[in-house]
Design a protein around this ligand. Structure first.
Ligand code: TRP
Ligand code: SF4
Length: 327
């Protein structure tokens, strides 16, 4: 069996960095897959434009933050090809070519299309570019001839569409692209500090670049099991968002201890959270250190070799696609 070709992308949007939900949902497998095949990891700035085209001021800074996130979690640009989407012009060419044979209905029925339009109510994303978002994502993947795509659950539909487009292309013109499969990490959804799903838009996230003090300030007032109004009230750990974080970042012994003591009010929430704060900070510390090592580095310098490798591979793919399409 030939080695896997792995591709995934991170959108440089929002203010700054990735949070623990991004880590659990996708970045963790990006790191793991580095030793399992040929990895292409892209900062997809054209995708950022699909929703941020009205205010483009922070894109360069967001690119920088996304790159620092990748380096901080342990993506190694010597092992993996780390590149900027807009540095690979072949992506735009293949996007145009595939646009000729992608039925409008396939794009219109993508659930995120209508959902996001409703959610981002203040911004007008009734655009050609936004409709084309999943096609551009398909191109990101197949231009690298990737078979494995580490993403969160929310991207599964996009991957289905990618496979449909691949089948249509291969059927119409001849074999060119492998069918990409999602690589999912089965994890329970990580709650944010208010108990809802951890999300940038809820303001409840713990960021990979949060300082130790920031982590403490977020976890100390964190929502716990509502049964524990007083120190002497026993609790049910399964109903406590702080316990869900313990499960992810504390040792087996600590989890077992908290689980038992919480139920008989043997430990108070303040002490329980102290352990959690310590462990989350311990987990984030290596990320912070790697991040600070790159803080002064030049983004363009770090991306240059990856941009070149990605463009070379993309050029090979597009040459074949053009030949098959007779243009
Ligand atoms: N749509 C993805 C997200 O929102 C980002 C993305 C763009 C992507 N191109 C990709 C993911 C290619 C995987 C492969 O997270
Ligand atoms: Fe949650 Fe810990 Fe308090 Fe139990 S003791 S409710 S697990 S914070």
């Amino acid at each position: 069996m030939s080695p896997r070709v792995i591709m995934s992308g991170i959108r440089p949007t929002g203010t700054g960095a990735a949070h623990l939900g991004h880590w659990e949902g996708a970045l963790k497998s990006w790191v793991k897959l580095q030793d399992m095949g040929d990895c292409y990891y892209s900062i997809v700035d054209w995708h950022a434009l699909t929703t941020e085209y009205q205010d483009v001021r922070s894109i360069q800074d967001n690119i920088r933050q996304s790159l620092l996130d990748l380096l901080a979690v342990g993506i190694d640009p010597e092992k993996s090809t780390v590149y900027l989407q807009s540095a690979v012009k072949e992506i735009a060419e293949l996007n145009l070519l595939l646009g000729m044979m992608t039925p409008l209905g396939w794009l219109e029925r993508v659930p995120t299309f209508k959902e996001q339009q409703a959610q981002l109510g203040d911004r007008d994303i009734n655009t050609y570019g936004f409709l084309g978002y999943p096609l551009l994502q398909t191109v990101d993947i197949i231009i690298m001839r990737a078979d494995t795509v580490p993403v969160g659950e929310d991207q599964v539909f996009h991957l289905e569409l990618a496979r449909e487009i691949v089948r249509r292309f291969n059927g119409l013109y001849g074999d060119c692209f492998p069918e990409p499969q999602p690589f999912l990490t089965p994890i329970p959804k990580l709650p944010g500090v208010d108990g809802r799903k951890m999300s940038k838009s809820y303001g409840n996230a713990i960021y990979l670049n949060d300082s130790a003090a920031a982590v403490e300030e977020k976890i100390r007032p964190m929502v716990t099991d509502v049964r524990r109004k007083r120190r002497t009230d026993p609790g049910v750990p399964e109903d406590c968002p702080a316990f869900a974080l313990h499960r992810a970042y504390s040792s087996g012994e600590e989890i077992a201890m908290v689980d038992a003591e919480c139920r008989k009010a043997g430990i108070g929430c303040i002490d329980c959270k102290k352990i959690l704060i310590h462990n989350v900070n311990g987990f984030l510390e290596p990320f912070r250190q790697r991040r600070s090592r790159y803080e002064k580095a030049d983004v363009a310098d770090i991306l240059a070799p990856g941009n070149r490798r990605a463009a070379d591979r993309a050029a090979q793919t597009v040459a074949r696609a053009r030949q098959l399409m007779n243009v």
